[in-house]
Design a protein around this ligand. Structure first.
Ligand code: NDP
Length: 338
């Protein structure tokens, strides 16, 4: 019997933190590929914070998912049927296929994968968009130098774990910030950061102890109270890599529903000649994917580690995604599609 296409749809736009009722799950017929298209059976789905933005109608750099539409997301999988000469059944591929079991996609949108190089799911994390984000933000903005102090928030997560390990390889002293003792122990013990701060404790005192000379590069993943504590500790000519502010994603635009202290006073940006720059990996990262992948594969052979948080079954994706927005994941969050 042909497998159906299990799909997870956006049922309505969340009001604050997403809840299970914001999603709908359905069985649809398997799609048929047309000429130039490939039918892919997804093996792993990546869950990422940007998906919260796609659920909202607020103006952003990308279009929202329509109500009733399949949730957007990258997958890795295998070609089942190809109507393009470039792909054959069994080929492993990466692309943006959505929260579903199958997709029929234009061949030009696929990246072919070599399963001998790395496990399939690694292409959604350390070798995929989050790893590329870490690499791009440090190349272009952070530019850590030997001996400098780099602070990375959400340090045990998909982007943070890679950003910190790259900064170490560039010779920096790296301090992570994470939620809880277990994550902090992983960040220092397994990832090899020099120190890790628990953001549930006294952030300011811990930062002073871990960064007595101040901070040269801050990798911003969370915003809110963490940002407010880090900002005054930046040194002259410091750099803030503005990657994301996950603590604020569930707020209404313009509101501060988090209860976090007001953002930092940006006056010292001038006095300290700071560089604060945002970036989106799709603008500047993907055109350099080949260079990134070659360097990252070398580091992986050389001991760079990565942690995944694997959730079993597509039907669990909404609950896992809701958990991502409150720190319940531990490592790069992926869903194994049964
Ligand atoms: P993670 O794997 O790091 O998961 C998110 C983590 O954020 C949680 O585990 C939790 O870690 C932390 N977190 C969640 N809520 C809060 C909160 N209220 N306060 C403090 N920490 C919180 O996710 P990613 O690595 O995929 O993403 C990290 C950031 O990078 C996000 O902001 C994301 O939007 C951004 N990003 C930006 C890209 C770009 O192109 N600019 C591309 C990819 C990601 P803990 O328990 O340690 O607090």
């Amino acid at each position: 019997m042909t497998e159906t296409n299990l799909r997870i749809l956006l049922a309505r736009r969340p009001n604050g933190a997403p809840v299970p009722e914001d999603f709908a799950i359905e069985e649809a017929p398997r799609p048929e590929p047309k000429d130039g298209y490939v039918l892919v059976r997804h093996r792993f789905l990546s869950l990422d914070p940007y998906m919260r933005g796609r659920m909202s109608e607020a103006k952003s750099y990308a279009k929202p998912v329509a109500i009733g539409g399949v949730m957007e997301g990258a997958c890795v999988g295998h070609v089942v049927e190809s109507r393009d000469p470039g792909f054959s059944p069994g080929d492993a591929v990466l692309g943006g296929f959505g929260w579903q079991r199958f997709s029929a996609v234009p061949a030009a949108r696929l990246i072919r994968l070599d399963e001998a190089e790395a496990p399939l799911s690694a292409n959604l994390g350390v070798l995929g968009m989050p790893g590329l984000t870490a690499w791009t933000g440090l190349e272009d903005i952070g530019q850590p130098k030997p001996g400098e102090t780099v602070v990375v928030s959400a340090a045990s997560g998909a982007v943070g774990q890679v950003a910190g390990q790259i900064a170490k390889r560039r010779g920096a002293r790296v301090v992570g910030i994470a939620g809880g003792a277990e994550k902090c122990a992983f960040v220092t013990g397994t990832l090899g950061f020099d120190a890790c701060i628990d953001h549930r404790g006294d952030l300011e005192a811990q930062l002073d102890a871990a960064c007595p000379e101040g901070i040269d590069v801050y990798w911003e993943n969370v915003g809110g109270a963490v940002q407010a504590a880090v900002f005054p500790r930046l040194r002259d000519f410091g750099r803030m890599v503005m990657c994301g502010m996950i603590s604020q994603y569930n707020e209404a635009p313009g509101a501060d529903a988090s209860g976090a202290p007001p953002g930092p006073n940006l006056g010292p940006v001038v006095r300290k000649r700071l560089r604060i720059q945002g970036f989106i990996v799709s603008d500047t990262g993907w055109p350099r994917y080949g260079k990134f992948r070659a360097e990252m594969l070398g580091w992986m052979r050389d001991g760079l580690v990565w942690r995944e948080d694997v959730v079993q079954g597509l039907a669990q994706a909404p609950a896992a995604f809701i958990g991502l927005l409150s720190g319940r994941n531990f490592g790069k969050l992926v869903v194994k599609i049964d």
